[in-house]
Design a protein around this ligand. Sequence first.
Ligand code: P5A
Length: 435
Amino acid sequence: MKYSLYFAPTSKDVPSEAEIISHKLMIRSGMIKQSSAGIYSWLPLGFNVLKKIEHIVRKEQEKAGAVELLMPTMQSADLWIKSGRYDDYGKEMLRIQDRSSRQMLYGPTNEELITEIFRSYINSYKDLPKNLFHIQWKFRDELRPRFGVMRGREFLMKDNYSFDLTFEEAKKSYNNMYRCYLKTFLKLGLTPIVLRAESGAIGGNLSHEFQILAKTGESTLYYDKELENIDPSKANIEKLQDYYAAVDDQHNPSECPINEKQLKISKGIEVGHIFYFGTKYSEKLSALVQTSDGKNVPVEMGSYGIGVSRLVGAIIEAFHDSKGIIWPDQVAPFYVSILNLNTKDLKCNQESEKMYSNLCNINIETLYDDRDIAAGSKFSDHDLIGIPYKIIIGPRDIKEGRVEIENRKTGKKNKLSIEEALNYIIKKSKDSQKL
Ligand code: P5A
Protein backbone atom coordinates (compact mmCIF):
# COMPACT_ATOMS: atom_id res chain seq x y z
CA MET A 1 0.00 0.00 0.00
CA LYS A 2 1.28 3.44 -0.90
CA TYR A 3 0.89 5.86 1.99
CA SER A 4 -0.21 8.60 -0.43
CA LEU A 5 -3.24 6.47 -1.34
CA TYR A 6 -3.79 5.12 2.17
CA PHE A 7 -5.91 6.60 4.91
CA ALA A 8 -4.06 6.75 8.24
CA PRO A 9 -4.91 10.13 9.75
CA THR A 10 -2.18 10.37 12.39
CA SER A 11 -2.14 13.29 14.79
CA LYS A 12 -0.25 14.73 17.72
CA ASP A 13 -3.38 15.73 19.60
CA VAL A 14 -4.95 13.53 22.19
CA PRO A 15 -8.59 14.08 23.13
CA SER A 16 -9.05 14.84 26.81
CA GLU A 17 -11.31 11.84 27.42
CA ALA A 18 -8.52 9.40 26.45
CA GLU A 19 -7.21 8.32 29.87
CA ILE A 20 -5.07 5.32 29.03
CA ILE A 21 -2.17 4.83 26.67
CA SER A 22 -3.84 2.37 24.27
CA HIS A 23 -6.78 4.71 23.76
CA LYS A 24 -4.45 7.66 23.17
CA LEU A 25 -2.28 5.72 20.72
CA MET A 26 -5.23 4.30 18.81
CA ILE A 27 -6.58 7.79 18.24
CA ARG A 28 -3.19 9.34 17.48
CA SER A 29 -2.29 6.64 14.98
CA GLY A 30 -5.65 6.99 13.22
CA MET A 31 -6.90 3.49 14.04
CA ILE A 32 -10.33 4.45 15.35
CA LYS A 33 -12.67 7.41 15.44
CA GLN A 34 -15.29 7.72 18.12
CA SER A 35 -18.77 8.01 16.66
CA SER A 36 -20.62 8.26 19.98
CA ALA A 37 -19.85 7.19 23.56
CA GLY A 38 -18.32 3.72 23.47
CA ILE A 39 -18.99 3.32 19.72
CA TYR A 40 -16.19 3.56 17.16
CA SER A 41 -15.52 3.55 13.46
CA TRP A 42 -12.56 1.35 12.68
CA LEU A 43 -10.29 3.22 10.28
CA PRO A 44 -8.08 1.18 7.91
CA LEU A 45 -5.14 0.63 10.31
CA GLY A 46 -7.39 -0.37 13.20
CA PHE A 47 -9.57 -2.54 10.98
CA ASN A 48 -6.46 -4.27 9.65
CA VAL A 49 -5.33 -5.23 13.17
CA LEU A 50 -8.86 -6.29 14.14
CA LYS A 51 -8.92 -8.67 11.15
CA LYS A 52 -5.51 -10.11 12.09
CA ILE A 53 -6.68 -10.88 15.62
CA GLU A 54 -9.93 -12.30 14.32
CA HIS A 55 -8.00 -14.57 11.96
CA ILE A 56 -5.82 -16.03 14.74
CA VAL A 57 -8.84 -16.52 17.01
CA ARG A 58 -10.77 -18.20 14.17
CA LYS A 59 -7.93 -20.58 13.29
CA GLU A 60 -7.59 -21.77 16.89
CA GLN A 61 -11.35 -22.27 17.18
CA GLU A 62 -11.33 -24.41 14.07
CA LYS A 63 -8.36 -26.42 15.30
CA ALA A 64 -10.31 -27.14 18.50
CA GLY A 65 -13.26 -28.48 16.49
CA ALA A 66 -15.60 -25.48 16.60
CA VAL A 67 -17.62 -24.65 13.47
CA GLU A 68 -18.30 -21.09 12.34
CA LEU A 69 -21.70 -19.61 11.60
CA LEU A 70 -23.05 -16.08 11.83
CA MET A 71 -26.00 -14.99 13.91
CA PRO A 72 -27.59 -11.54 13.56
CA THR A 73 -26.90 -8.57 15.83
CA MET A 74 -30.63 -7.85 16.11
CA GLN A 75 -32.68 -10.36 18.07
CA SER A 76 -36.32 -10.71 18.95
CA ALA A 77 -37.13 -10.33 22.65
CA ASP A 78 -39.25 -13.53 22.66
CA LEU A 79 -36.43 -15.97 23.44
CA TRP A 80 -35.05 -13.70 26.13
CA ILE A 81 -38.45 -13.51 27.78
CA LYS A 82 -38.55 -17.34 27.79
CA SER A 83 -35.05 -17.64 29.27
CA GLY A 84 -35.87 -15.04 31.93
CA ARG A 85 -32.98 -12.80 30.97
CA TYR A 86 -35.07 -10.08 29.32
CA ASP A 87 -35.68 -8.55 32.73
CA ASP A 88 -32.48 -9.74 34.39
CA TYR A 89 -30.23 -7.97 31.88
CA GLY A 90 -31.56 -4.57 32.94
CA LYS A 91 -30.34 -1.32 31.45
CA GLU A 92 -27.30 -2.87 29.79
CA MET A 93 -29.55 -4.25 27.08
CA LEU A 94 -30.41 -1.97 24.19
CA ARG A 95 -34.10 -2.47 23.50
CA ILE A 96 -35.64 -1.42 20.21
CA GLN A 97 -39.16 -1.56 18.79
CA ASP A 98 -39.67 -2.35 15.12
CA ARG A 99 -42.38 -0.73 12.94
CA SER A 100 -44.92 -3.34 14.02
CA SER A 101 -44.20 -2.62 17.69
CA ARG A 102 -42.37 -5.91 18.13
CA GLN A 103 -39.78 -5.87 20.91
CA MET A 104 -36.29 -6.31 19.51
CA LEU A 105 -32.84 -5.95 21.03
CA TYR A 106 -29.24 -5.56 19.91
CA GLY A 107 -27.66 -8.80 21.17
CA PRO A 108 -25.33 -8.45 24.18
CA THR A 109 -24.57 -12.22 23.85
CA ASN A 110 -26.11 -15.19 22.05
CA GLU A 111 -26.93 -18.07 24.43
CA GLU A 112 -30.67 -17.86 23.68
CA LEU A 113 -30.36 -17.59 19.90
CA ILE A 114 -27.88 -20.44 19.55
CA THR A 115 -29.98 -22.67 21.81
CA GLU A 116 -32.96 -22.01 19.55
CA ILE A 117 -30.88 -22.85 16.45
CA PHE A 118 -29.71 -26.07 18.10
CA ARG A 119 -33.26 -26.96 19.18
CA SER A 120 -34.57 -26.51 15.65
CA TYR A 121 -32.22 -29.04 14.06
CA ILE A 122 -30.76 -31.42 16.62
CA ASN A 123 -32.65 -33.86 18.79
CA SER A 124 -30.52 -36.99 19.08
CA TYR A 125 -27.42 -37.98 21.03
CA LYS A 126 -26.11 -39.24 17.67
CA ASP A 127 -25.57 -35.65 16.53
CA LEU A 128 -23.54 -34.69 19.60
CA PRO A 129 -21.17 -33.17 20.49
CA LYS A 130 -21.45 -29.84 18.65
CA ASN A 131 -19.47 -26.67 19.10
CA LEU A 132 -20.54 -23.58 17.17
CA PHE A 133 -18.91 -20.16 17.05
CA HIS A 134 -19.34 -16.77 15.49
CA ILE A 135 -17.48 -13.49 15.51
CA GLN A 136 -20.06 -10.76 15.72
CA TRP A 137 -20.66 -7.29 17.13
CA LYS A 138 -22.37 -7.06 20.49
CA PHE A 139 -23.98 -4.14 22.25
CA ARG A 140 -23.96 -3.55 26.00
CA ASP A 141 -25.14 -0.20 27.21
CA GLU A 142 -22.33 -0.01 29.78
CA LEU A 143 -22.86 2.45 32.62
CA ARG A 144 -19.39 3.88 32.05
CA PRO A 145 -17.98 3.12 28.62
CA ARG A 146 -14.32 4.08 28.85
CA PHE A 147 -10.78 3.33 27.86
CA GLY A 148 -11.66 3.36 24.16
CA VAL A 149 -12.27 -0.10 22.72
CA MET A 150 -11.48 -1.76 26.06
CA ARG A 151 -14.89 -1.04 27.52
CA GLY A 152 -17.00 -0.13 24.55
CA ARG A 153 -20.74 -0.24 24.15
CA GLU A 154 -20.50 -1.80 20.69
CA PHE A 155 -17.68 -4.37 20.61
CA LEU A 156 -16.58 -7.40 18.62
CA MET A 157 -16.70 -10.73 20.42
CA LYS A 158 -15.88 -14.27 19.38
CA ASP A 159 -18.44 -16.41 21.17
CA ASN A 160 -18.93 -20.11 20.95
CA TYR A 161 -21.27 -22.59 22.46
CA SER A 162 -20.80 -26.27 23.22
CA PHE A 163 -23.55 -28.90 23.28
CA ASP A 164 -23.11 -32.28 24.95
CA LEU A 165 -25.21 -35.14 26.22
CA THR A 166 -23.76 -35.55 29.70
CA PHE A 167 -21.99 -33.55 32.35
CA GLU A 168 -18.78 -35.56 31.77
CA GLU A 169 -18.85 -34.80 28.06
CA ALA A 170 -19.62 -31.14 28.74
CA LYS A 171 -16.60 -30.94 31.03
CA LYS A 172 -14.44 -32.35 28.25
CA SER A 173 -15.72 -29.62 25.91
CA TYR A 174 -15.03 -27.03 28.61
CA ASN A 175 -11.47 -28.28 29.11
CA ASN A 176 -10.94 -28.38 25.36
CA MET A 177 -11.93 -24.71 25.13
CA TYR A 178 -9.81 -23.86 28.16
CA ARG A 179 -6.75 -25.18 26.34
CA CYS A 180 -7.81 -23.58 23.08
CA TYR A 181 -7.96 -20.20 24.87
CA LEU A 182 -4.47 -20.62 26.32
CA LYS A 183 -3.17 -21.43 22.83
CA THR A 184 -5.04 -18.53 21.23
CA PHE A 185 -3.60 -15.92 23.59
CA LEU A 186 -0.10 -17.34 23.26
CA LYS A 187 -0.47 -17.19 19.46
CA LEU A 188 -1.38 -13.53 19.82
CA GLY A 189 1.93 -12.96 21.61
CA LEU A 190 0.32 -12.64 25.05
CA THR A 191 0.83 -14.61 28.28
CA PRO A 192 -2.63 -15.42 29.65
CA ILE A 193 -3.27 -15.56 33.37
CA VAL A 194 -6.15 -17.88 34.21
CA LEU A 195 -8.44 -17.32 37.16
CA ARG A 196 -11.44 -19.10 38.61
CA ALA A 197 -14.26 -16.63 38.13
CA GLU A 198 -17.76 -15.71 39.13
CA SER A 199 -20.16 -16.51 36.32
CA GLY A 200 -22.35 -13.37 36.71
CA ALA A 201 -25.11 -12.67 34.19
CA ILE A 202 -24.27 -15.70 32.02
CA GLY A 203 -25.05 -18.01 34.94
CA GLY A 204 -23.82 -21.49 35.78
CA ASN A 205 -21.39 -23.04 38.15
CA LEU A 206 -17.98 -23.28 36.49
CA SER A 207 -16.17 -20.36 35.00
CA HIS A 208 -12.66 -19.11 34.23
CA GLU A 209 -11.38 -15.72 33.25
CA PHE A 210 -8.34 -15.11 31.04
CA GLN A 211 -6.46 -11.94 31.87
CA ILE A 212 -3.35 -10.30 30.57
CA LEU A 213 -1.16 -8.05 32.64
CA ALA A 214 -1.40 -4.31 32.05
CA LYS A 215 -0.91 -1.42 34.46
CA THR A 216 -4.19 0.11 33.35
CA GLY A 217 -6.23 -3.08 33.81
CA GLU A 218 -9.45 -3.02 35.82
CA SER A 219 -8.80 -6.14 37.95
CA THR A 220 -6.24 -6.53 40.71
CA LEU A 221 -4.30 -9.78 40.34
CA TYR A 222 -2.13 -11.73 42.77
CA TYR A 223 0.19 -14.02 40.86
CA ASP A 224 3.49 -15.84 40.67
CA LYS A 225 5.95 -13.33 39.25
CA GLU A 226 7.50 -16.06 37.07
CA LEU A 227 4.48 -15.48 34.80
CA GLU A 228 6.10 -12.20 33.73
CA ASN A 229 9.15 -14.00 32.36
CA ILE A 230 7.32 -16.36 30.05
CA ASP A 231 8.00 -15.98 26.34
CA PRO A 232 4.63 -16.71 24.68
CA SER A 233 6.30 -18.27 21.62
CA LYS A 234 8.01 -20.89 23.82
CA ALA A 235 5.46 -21.34 26.61
CA ASN A 236 4.42 -24.78 27.78
CA ILE A 237 0.65 -24.98 28.20
CA GLU A 238 0.75 -27.60 30.95
CA LYS A 239 3.19 -25.55 32.99
CA LEU A 240 1.29 -22.32 32.44
CA GLN A 241 -1.68 -23.74 34.33
CA ASP A 242 0.40 -24.53 37.38
CA TYR A 243 1.33 -20.97 38.32
CA TYR A 244 -0.56 -19.38 41.17
CA ALA A 245 -2.96 -16.56 40.24
CA ALA A 246 -6.04 -15.07 41.92
CA VAL A 247 -8.12 -11.91 41.82
CA ASP A 248 -8.07 -9.76 44.95
CA ASP A 249 -11.26 -11.06 46.57
CA GLN A 250 -10.15 -14.67 46.11
CA HIS A 251 -6.61 -14.22 47.36
CA ASN A 252 -6.17 -15.41 50.92
CA PRO A 253 -2.60 -14.80 52.20
CA SER A 254 -2.82 -17.63 54.72
CA GLU A 255 -3.71 -20.15 51.99
CA CYS A 256 -1.44 -18.82 49.26
CA PRO A 257 0.84 -21.66 48.02
CA ILE A 258 3.77 -19.40 47.05
CA ASN A 259 5.98 -17.28 49.29
CA GLU A 260 5.86 -13.51 49.52
CA LYS A 261 8.97 -13.04 47.41
CA GLN A 262 7.41 -14.92 44.50
CA LEU A 263 4.07 -13.15 44.80
CA LYS A 264 3.33 -10.05 42.74
CA ILE A 265 0.31 -7.77 42.81
CA SER A 266 -0.60 -5.93 39.65
CA LYS A 267 -3.44 -5.09 37.29
CA GLY A 268 -4.96 -7.22 34.56
CA ILE A 269 -7.38 -6.92 31.65
CA GLU A 270 -9.97 -9.62 31.06
CA VAL A 271 -9.64 -10.73 27.44
CA GLY A 272 -11.60 -13.97 27.65
CA HIS A 273 -14.19 -15.69 29.80
CA ILE A 274 -15.56 -19.23 29.67
CA PHE A 275 -18.63 -20.72 31.33
CA TYR A 276 -20.18 -24.12 31.95
CA PHE A 277 -23.85 -23.67 32.78
CA GLY A 278 -25.34 -27.13 32.14
CA THR A 279 -29.01 -27.04 31.27
CA LYS A 280 -29.79 -23.45 32.32
CA TYR A 281 -30.92 -22.39 28.84
CA SER A 282 -31.76 -25.74 27.28
CA GLU A 283 -34.42 -26.43 29.93
CA LYS A 284 -36.12 -23.06 29.55
CA LEU A 285 -35.95 -23.15 25.74
CA SER A 286 -36.78 -26.89 25.44
CA ALA A 287 -33.58 -27.93 23.68
CA LEU A 288 -33.95 -31.65 24.32
CA VAL A 289 -31.94 -34.56 22.96
CA GLN A 290 -32.80 -38.21 22.95
CA THR A 291 -30.41 -40.53 24.80
CA SER A 292 -29.49 -44.02 23.51
CA ASP A 293 -32.21 -45.50 25.73
CA GLY A 294 -34.91 -43.23 24.37
CA LYS A 295 -35.16 -40.60 27.13
CA ASN A 296 -35.41 -36.91 26.27
CA VAL A 297 -33.00 -34.77 28.29
CA PRO A 298 -32.02 -31.09 28.09
CA VAL A 299 -28.69 -30.65 26.35
CA GLU A 300 -25.61 -29.71 28.45
CA MET A 301 -24.09 -26.38 27.42
CA GLY A 302 -21.17 -24.04 27.88
CA SER A 303 -20.34 -20.65 26.38
CA TYR A 304 -16.95 -19.13 25.69
CA GLY A 305 -16.09 -15.51 24.85
CA ILE A 306 -13.06 -13.60 23.61
CA GLY A 307 -13.12 -9.80 23.42
CA VAL A 308 -11.69 -9.39 19.91
CA SER A 309 -11.93 -5.59 19.77
CA ARG A 310 -10.81 -5.29 23.41
CA LEU A 311 -7.69 -7.28 22.46
CA VAL A 312 -6.58 -4.52 20.09
CA GLY A 313 -6.35 -2.14 23.06
CA ALA A 314 -4.99 -4.81 25.40
CA ILE A 315 -2.15 -5.66 23.01
CA ILE A 316 -1.19 -1.99 22.78
CA GLU A 317 -1.25 -1.73 26.58
CA ALA A 318 1.24 -4.60 26.64
CA PHE A 319 3.44 -3.44 23.73
CA HIS A 320 4.30 0.23 23.39
CA ASP A 321 7.02 2.76 24.23
CA SER A 322 7.24 6.54 24.41
CA LYS A 323 7.19 6.81 20.58
CA GLY A 324 4.13 4.68 19.97
CA ILE A 325 2.85 1.17 19.36
CA ILE A 326 5.12 -1.89 18.93
CA TRP A 327 2.98 -4.54 17.24
CA PRO A 328 3.83 -8.22 17.69
CA ASP A 329 4.56 -9.47 14.14
CA GLN A 330 1.48 -11.67 13.93
CA VAL A 331 -1.05 -8.85 14.43
CA ALA A 332 0.82 -5.92 12.87
CA PRO A 333 -1.25 -3.96 10.31
CA PHE A 334 1.73 -4.17 7.90
CA TYR A 335 4.89 -6.19 8.28
CA VAL A 336 7.33 -3.65 6.91
CA SER A 337 7.35 0.00 5.88
CA ILE A 338 9.55 1.64 3.28
CA LEU A 339 10.55 5.18 4.15
CA ASN A 340 11.57 7.07 1.05
CA LEU A 341 13.45 9.95 2.68
CA ASN A 342 13.56 12.18 -0.40
CA THR A 343 10.82 11.88 -2.99
CA LYS A 344 12.59 14.47 -5.13
CA ASP A 345 15.60 12.22 -5.57
CA LEU A 346 15.36 10.05 -8.68
CA LYS A 347 17.42 7.16 -7.28
CA CYS A 348 15.47 7.14 -3.99
CA ASN A 349 12.22 6.94 -5.93
CA GLN A 350 13.41 4.23 -8.30
CA GLU A 351 14.83 1.99 -5.59
CA SER A 352 11.89 2.53 -3.23
CA GLU A 353 9.45 1.60 -6.01
CA LYS A 354 11.52 -1.47 -6.87
CA MET A 355 11.74 -2.58 -3.25
CA TYR A 356 8.00 -2.02 -2.88
CA SER A 357 7.07 -4.10 -5.89
CA ASN A 358 9.50 -6.87 -4.89
CA LEU A 359 7.92 -7.11 -1.44
CA CYS A 360 4.38 -6.97 -2.85
CA ASN A 361 5.21 -9.76 -5.31
CA ILE A 362 6.10 -12.10 -2.46
CA ASN A 363 3.04 -11.06 -0.44
CA ILE A 364 4.85 -9.26 2.35
CA GLU A 365 2.47 -6.60 3.60
CA THR A 366 4.23 -3.30 2.98
CA LEU A 367 3.36 0.31 3.63
CA TYR A 368 5.42 2.42 1.22
CA ASP A 369 5.74 5.98 2.49
CA ASP A 370 5.93 7.91 -0.77
CA ARG A 371 4.57 11.16 0.70
CA ASP A 372 6.30 14.42 -0.06
CA ILE A 373 6.82 15.39 3.60
CA ALA A 374 9.81 15.89 5.91
CA ALA A 375 11.81 12.76 6.74
CA GLY A 376 11.35 13.45 10.46
CA SER A 377 7.58 13.30 10.13
CA LYS A 378 7.84 9.96 8.37
CA PHE A 379 9.94 8.55 11.21
CA SER A 380 7.55 9.76 13.87
CA ASP A 381 4.47 8.49 12.01
CA HIS A 382 5.95 5.04 11.51
CA ASP A 383 7.16 4.82 15.10
CA LEU A 384 3.66 5.76 16.21
CA ILE A 385 1.97 3.19 13.95
CA GLY A 386 4.37 0.50 15.17
CA ILE A 387 5.10 -1.58 12.06
CA PRO A 388 7.80 -4.18 13.00
CA TYR A 389 10.44 -3.17 10.39
CA LYS A 390 11.38 -0.01 8.50
CA ILE A 391 13.44 -0.04 5.33
CA ILE A 392 14.92 3.43 5.17
CA ILE A 393 15.96 4.63 1.72
CA GLY A 394 17.94 7.90 1.77
CA PRO A 395 19.85 9.71 -1.04
CA ARG A 396 23.35 9.28 0.38
CA ASP A 397 23.21 5.55 1.13
CA ILE A 398 21.28 4.59 -1.97
CA LYS A 399 23.96 6.09 -4.20
CA GLU A 400 26.23 3.42 -2.77
CA GLY A 401 23.55 0.77 -3.13
CA ARG A 402 22.72 0.64 0.57
CA VAL A 403 19.57 0.94 2.66
CA GLU A 404 18.99 0.83 6.39
CA ILE A 405 16.72 -1.58 8.24
CA GLU A 406 15.36 -0.61 11.62
CA ASN A 407 13.71 -2.94 14.08
CA ARG A 408 10.84 -1.09 15.79
CA LYS A 409 11.05 -3.16 18.97
CA THR A 410 14.80 -3.05 19.63
CA GLY A 411 15.55 0.19 17.77
CA LYS A 412 18.55 -1.59 16.20
CA LYS A 413 19.62 -0.30 12.79
CA ASN A 414 21.49 -2.23 10.14
CA LYS A 415 22.98 -0.96 6.89
CA LEU A 416 22.66 -3.53 4.12
CA SER A 417 22.79 -3.81 0.36
CA ILE A 418 19.39 -3.72 -1.37
CA GLU A 419 19.49 -7.45 -1.96
CA GLU A 420 20.59 -8.26 1.59
CA ALA A 421 17.79 -6.07 2.95
CA LEU A 422 15.19 -7.89 0.90
CA ASN A 423 16.50 -11.28 1.99
CA TYR A 424 16.62 -10.17 5.61
CA ILE A 425 12.95 -9.16 5.56
CA ILE A 426 11.97 -12.37 3.75
CA LYS A 427 13.75 -14.46 6.38
CA LYS A 428 12.26 -12.54 9.31
CA SER A 429 8.78 -12.77 7.84
CA LYS A 430 9.13 -16.54 7.36
CA ASP A 431 10.32 -16.91 10.96
CA SER A 432 7.34 -14.96 12.23
CA GLN A 433 4.90 -17.11 10.25
CA LYS A 434 6.17 -20.11 12.21
CA LEU A 435 4.97 -18.54 15.46
C1 P5A B 1 -19.32 -16.01 26.78
C2 P5A B 1 -19.57 -15.95 25.31
C3 P5A B 1 -20.08 -13.76 27.65
O1 P5A B 1 -20.75 -12.87 27.15
N1 P5A B 1 -21.50 -15.31 26.43
C4 P5A B 1 -21.01 -15.67 25.14
C5 P5A B 1 -20.44 -15.23 27.40
N2 P5A B 1 -19.02 -13.54 28.42
S1 P5A B 1 -18.47 -12.11 28.86
O2 P5A B 1 -17.44 -12.33 29.84
O3 P5A B 1 -19.52 -11.27 29.30
O4 P5A B 1 -17.80 -11.46 27.61
C6 P5A B 1 -16.77 -12.14 26.90
C7 P5A B 1 -15.61 -11.22 26.64
O5 P5A B 1 -16.04 -10.09 25.89
C8 P5A B 1 -15.25 -8.96 26.22
N3 P5A B 1 -16.11 -7.84 26.63
C9 P5A B 1 -15.98 -6.58 26.19
N4 P5A B 1 -15.11 -6.02 25.33
C10 P5A B 1 -15.19 -4.69 25.10
N5 P5A B 1 -16.15 -3.90 25.67
C11 P5A B 1 -17.06 -4.43 26.52
N6 P5A B 1 -18.00 -3.64 27.06
C12 P5A B 1 -16.99 -5.81 26.83
N7 P5A B 1 -17.71 -6.65 27.62
C13 P5A B 1 -17.17 -7.88 27.49
C14 P5A B 1 -14.33 -9.38 27.36
O6 P5A B 1 -13.05 -9.68 26.84
C15 P5A B 1 -14.99 -10.62 27.89
O7 P5A B 1 -14.07 -11.51 28.48
